[in-house]
Design a protein around this ligand. Structure first.
Ligand SMILES: Cc1cc2nc3c(=O)[nH]c(=O)nc-3n(C[C@H](O)[C@H](O)[C@H](O)COP(=O)(O)OP(=O)(O)OC[C@H]3O[C@@H](n4cnc5c(N)ncnc54)[C@H](O)[C@@H]3O)c2cc1C
Length: 506
């Protein structure tokens, strides 16, 4: 398939061989946005740093790839609001090319009965939209989300509201990226995690990024490179090098090149780091057991589409050949009630992909004119629930994959007739694809589930939430560390700060 790397990093054999000529102050395994963030902070503090990324392109799950000529896909993540404002400021990411495109309205939920719900940052719009269903819910809408921390999302939302479509629209944020249902205890936390971000100071507002999510990684890598970091792609780490004393002494690349440093930060998942990269018999048994049995389940599939026209939603009676408010935000398909979401989840609990999947559709090209040819569009479908190992077929079977993709397109046709016929081409990442292509263990989008048993002091496992590891000189800097998944940069920044403290002490 024709591809263009969205990176100017060095990837030649020369770049790899240059790595072994010196002992680095720090190495970063993985050029996801968190690894790049760590590298930027370490380089700015004066350390010599090399980032080693196994793929041909930096960014990990925050990546832009032009898989179909002239259509640039945010292949995994597609919306930003979690990226810490301090990182945007300190690394001067706007000067390095980051441009956020705010969405208003930010969500659209079409109903098969001809109604629809728009929501967004505009309080008056929210009030009038919710009033179409319930005046009482419109008055109750602005609430304190802290109630959500421990509860099933359904319990909180049922307490607050009476309108099915409103509850379902809000509930989608409680299940996104998880295998759980809206009734799962703790699902409220996932909702909270998704409303704690901001865009330009506006709380809970998600934006597109011009050029796709790879532009976040590119801006961070520009900051890192300006500070002197060395970023190498197509450089897979196969093992950590450990001295007899038990301290880290560098890494071995898959091509056999040793790269030396007594400080290594891993942006790979905790499972990958400890089960595959650290040599056997180096880590305590109880620690290895805790890592081995962490929850990496996933029921997420991403489909990236190139289309030749915008979907025309039946419930919006006036056709918009050009973009209307319904096309700007996240479009919730098959999410008219919490029971509909629960039933989609039940299918996957029974081993099969949802018969009526829950789909979050976004059309970033409505606001971002840099990612598709004029008049044509890029569409992201974030789809649940798709088990890693379905009991009725295999994701390795092209016919099985195609039939699932068609099921999703047909469901969208129910709301936007003839959507299927607008498809020019698509790219589909099921949980095993996310694992193989992007390196996400089990296909889990967060580097490990964000359940209450694996957050805060328990992330990734009890006793090891401060980015240090049982191996001297090894640190975790990715989403598997506190505060978890999302394009946030916080684990990368926090880990770098801890490394600097440790380096300054020694
Ligand atoms: C389909 C999908 C949709 C999502 N949507 C959103 C969204 O809209 N908004 C949001 O905020 N979050 C979203 N997320 C979550 C978010 O993208 C991730 O949590 C985040 O990008 C992870 O960043 P990271 O830097 O910690 O790790 P990663 O992005 O996973 O990067 C880790 C890097 O390490 C590399 N690596 C692994 N092993 C090795 C090795 N042995 N040698 C060298 N390199 C190695 C990998 O190739 C990868 O580049 C989504 C995730 C997915 C999968």
């Amino acid at each position: 398939m024709w591809r263009r790397c969205f990176s100017s990093s060095s990837s030649s054999a020369t770049a790899t061989s240059a790595l072994k000529d010196k002992k680095w102050d720090a190495l970063v395994i993985g050029g996801g946005h968190n690894g790049l963030t760590s590298a930027a902070y370490l380089a700015r503090a004066g350390l010599s740093v090399a980032v080693l990324e196994r793929r041909h392109v930096i960014g990990g799950a925050a990546v832009t790839e032009e898989l179909i000529p002239s259509f640039k896909f945010s292949r995994c993540s597609y919306l930003q609001s979690l990226l810490r404002p301090s990182i945007i400021r300190e690394l001067e990411l706007r000067r390095h090319g980051l441009k956020l495109l705010k969405r208003s309205p930010s969500s659209f939920t079409p109903c098969l009965d001809g109604r629809y719900l728009l929501l967004g940052p505009d309080k008056d719009l929210n009030h009038s939209e919710i009033s179409k269903f319930s005046k009482q819910d419109a008055d109750a809408y602005p609430r304190d989300f802290m109630d959500l921390l421990l509860s099933p999302a359904s319990k909180v939302l049922n307490n607050w509201f009476e309108t099915d479509v409103l509850k379902a629209t809000l509930a989608t944020d409680a299940v996104i990226g998880t295998t759980g249902s809206v009734h799962t205890p703790g699902s409220g936390y996932v909702l909270l995690h998704h409303v704690m971000g901001e865009t330009d100071g506006d709380r809970g507002i998600w934006s597109y990024v011009e050029g796709g999510m790879g532009s976040v990684s590119l801006a961070i890598s520009n900051a890192a490179k300006e500070a002197g970091a060395h970023i190498v792609t197509s450089a897979e780490v196969s093992q950590l090098l450990v001295e007899d004393s038990g301290a880290v002494n560098g890494v071995l690349l898959a091509d056999g090149t040793p790269v030396r440093s007594s400080v290594v930060l891993s942006n790979a998942t905790p499972y990958k780091t400890y089960m595959d990269l650290v040599p056997r018999d180096v880590l305590p048994d109880d620690f290895i057991r805790a890592i081995k049995y962490s929850d990496y389940s996933s029921a997420t599939t991403k489909i990236n589409l190139a289309v030749d026209k915008l979907p025309q939603f039946q419930c919006c009676k006036i056709g918009h050949p050009d973009a209307g408010p319904q096309h700007v935000g996240t479009i919730h398909i098959g999410s008219e009630s919490m029971e509909e979401i629960h039933s989609a989840c039940q299918d996957s609990a029974n081993g099969i992909p949802s018969r009526r999947p829950v789909i979050e559709m976004t059309i970033p090209s409505v606001l971002d004119k840099t990612i598709s040819p004029p008049g044509k569009h890029v569409i992201n479908l974030f789809i649940q629930y798709t088990p890693y190992n379905p009991s009725d077929g295999s994701w390795g079977d092209p016919a099985y994959r195609e039939s699932f993709a068609q099921k999703c397109f047909t469901l969208i046709d129910e709301y936007a007739p003839a959507f299927s016929s607008s498809v020019i081409g698509y790219d589909m990442l099921t949980p095993p694809d996310l694992e193989r292509e992007i390196g996400l263990t089990g296909g889990n989008v967060f580097h490990g589930a964000m359940g209450l048993d694996s957050l805060f002091l328990m992330r990734p496992v009890k006793g090891w939430s401060n980015y240090r590891t049982p191996l001297q000189g090894l640190y975790l800097c990715g989403s598997g560390a506190h505060p978890g998944g999302g394009v946030m940069g916080a684990p990368g920044r926090n880990a770098a700060q801890l490394v600097l403290q440790d380096v300054n002490k020694s």
